[in-house]
Design a protein around this ligand. Structure first.
Ligand code: FES
Length: 97
């Protein structure tokens, strides 16, 4: 099972392959904003991937369009609701509830 570590809390959990970072966070009481409810419409679930970027599925065109207009975007930015895990990954949550 993939291991997902959320920073800055340091919470590390086992996850099911194919689950989104947002679903994994919410199921494990990790504080993260998700204003649109996970529909790729808000960017509040912005995460920065610190390790294991290859263990997330590639962003689709909808996510890339959102990331294009995201303030504070880095080359490792992803939307948690759109990022499905395939293996171990460490991400930094940018916006808290
Ligand atoms: S929760 Fe709105 S884009 Fe991810």
């Amino acid at each position: 099972m993939p291991k997902v570590k959320f920073l800055p809390s340091g919470i590390e959990v086992s996850a099911k392959a194919g689950d989104s970072l947002l679903d994994i966070a919410l199921a494990n009481d990790v504080s993260i904003q998700h204003a649109c409810g996970g529909f790729c419409a808000c960017t509040t679930c912005h995460c920065e991937v610190m390790e294991g970027e290859v263990n997330l599925d590639a962003p689709d065109s909808d996510e890339l369009e959102r990331l294009d207009v995201l303030d504070g975007r880095t080359t490792h930015s992803r939307l948690a609701c759109q990022s499905k895990v395939k293996g171990d990954v460490t991400v930094r949550v940018v916006n808290f509830e």
